[in-house]
Design a protein around this ligand. Structure first.
Ligand code: PHE
Length: 443
């Protein structure tokens, strides 16, 4: 039943009809991989932190994962109808309380506290999403910001101070594509409180600081790979800035890395909207913020092939990182243990037609079906034994208009060979749960 209580890391919360946490999520909240000594996520965090030194930057690594919708969305200017707020994308404890979907949920509070010119927040974040080798419903982000105070700048213009700080950063020779103009009149306007030289200086400091993170990661990845596979780090490494949109920065960008044939998005960033600073009681401060996914970076750094591995308690995984925290200049690439056989199983079903669902109370009618609900059911039952879920077929009945979908579930353990009986057992439970929870009709 939807109303009751749920306990997250010792704190109790009232649930309501918005509640959509599954037990495997609740059980993993306490893992805090980003602060586990010698865990690759924690090692990656330390390396990035070293590019943003204390005391200019203050590190926050212990913020609680349960936040209000005010913190996660409203404080950042997300409109009320933003898709990120929907129950299909976000884990709700109750209507006003969520598991943070990004570390930006803490921006306003940290800005308000105003304890340092810069800060980094590393934390676990939660999103209902697809299942594959680079997506997991829990992952880790690092948020960073650097502010300059107008009242401390000559004539209230911070551009000169920012340019001086850029000169103090190390040089690098990495090739970076940055083809777009710095602002766009509609999508990414210059803020009215900023002069163009200020915004450009902040953007240049931001981009340079983050490029240096990439250089840092890749030089360590390269050193780590030399002993194992010298071809691993491609000399043709390419990095590019592309225009982006976030409700809380303007202008905004994403950084992409060309990695073994694909452009990977590794972070979002931009010039902090002055409105956020005004509401935090700091209208005199301006600067930048970024949010970066730590798993993606750790996967590049160690060449870890599957995101589920980060959750493994298997010594064959964890043992490979032991002692590295004290040895960051001597990282070793991850050596995969043998790949166990996979077992594909398909499930095909009809969604209810929109009209018949009205009385039936089913959520999965043709109109409001959302794939993330399938993902969640599969993850809840199969846990980390599911490698991948992909839609392999879809069609609408020519007369009734009812939709039919077919998903292929790839069962494969990272740690052992699954028997066909085990895979069948999981699959049978998945089929049942799809009927019970989504009201679909199996084909
Ligand atoms: N919170 C954004 C995300 O998760 C990233 C971001 C952080 C963008 C800070 C801009 C500034 O996608």
């Amino acid at each position: 039943s939807p109303s009751g209580n749920v306990t997250v890391d010792g704190k109790s919360y009232q649930t309501d009809e918005w509640h959509n946490l599954s037990s495997n999520i609740t059980a993993s909240i306490s893992r805090r991989l980003h602060v586990q000594k010698d865990h690759p996520i924690s090692i990656t965090r330390s390396i990035i932190e070293s590019r943003f030194p204390s005391p200019t930057f203050k590190y926050h690594n212990n913020f609680f994962p349960v936040v209000s919708t005010q913190q996660n969305f409203d404080s950042l200017g997300f409109p009320v109808d933003h898709p990120g707020r929907s129950k299909t994308d976000t884990y709700y404890i109750n209507q006003e309380t969520v598991l943070r979907t990004h570390t930006s949920a803490h921006q306003a509070d940290v800005f308000r506290a105003n304890e340092s010119e810069g800060w980094l927040i590393s934390a676990d974040v939660y999103r209902r999403d697809a299942i594959d080798r680079s997506h997991y419903p829990i992952f880790h982000q690092m948020e960073g910001a650097r502010m300059w105070d107008r009242t401390k700048a000559p004539n209230g213009d911070i551009a000169a101070a920012v340019l001086k700080d850029i000169e103090a950063l190390p040089k690098h020779s990495m090739k970076v594509e940055d083809p777009n103009p710095p602002t766009h009149p509609e999508r990414n306007p210059l803020q009215k409180e900023h002069s163009l030289t200020e915004a450009e200086a902040i953007a240049a400091h931001l981009k340079k600081s983050l490029e240096l993170v990439v250089v840092e990661i890749f030089s360590r990845a390269k050193a780590a790979a030399v002993s194992a596979n010298p071809d691993f780090v491609d000399e043709r490494l390419k990095v590019r800035w592309i225009e982006a949109y976030f409700p809380f920065t303007s202008p905004s960008w994403e950084l992409e890395i060309f990695w073994q044939g694909d452009w990977l998005e590794v972070l979002g960033c931009g010039v902090v909207k002055q409105d956020i600073m005004d509401k935090a009681g700091q209208p005199q401060q301006l600067g930048w913020a970024f949010g970066m996914g730590l798993e993606r970076i750790a996967m590049l750094l160690f060449e870890i092939p599957d995101i589920r591995l980060f959750w493994s308690k298997d010594e064959r995984f964890l043992g490979q990182f032991r002692g590295l925290s004290e040895n960051l200049d001597n990282l070793r690439r991850f050596v995969p243990f043998s790949k166990f056989p996979s077992c594909y199983k398909d499930v095909a079903f009809w969604l209810r037609s929109s009209s018949s669902s009205a009385g039936g109370g089913s959520r999965a009618n043709t109109q409001d079906f959302h794939e993330n609900d399938v993902m969640e059911i599969v993850r809840d039952i199969g846990g980390d034994v599911v490698e991948d879920v992909a839609k392999v077929d879809e069609f609408a009945h020519p007369k009734t208009g009812r939709r039919s979908l077919c998903y292929r579930i790839n069962y494969r353990s990272l740690e052992r060979t699954l028997t066909n009986e085990e895979a069948n057992g999981y699959h049978e439970q998945v089929r049942k749960a799809l009927v019970e929870k989504l009201g679909v009709e199996l084909r």
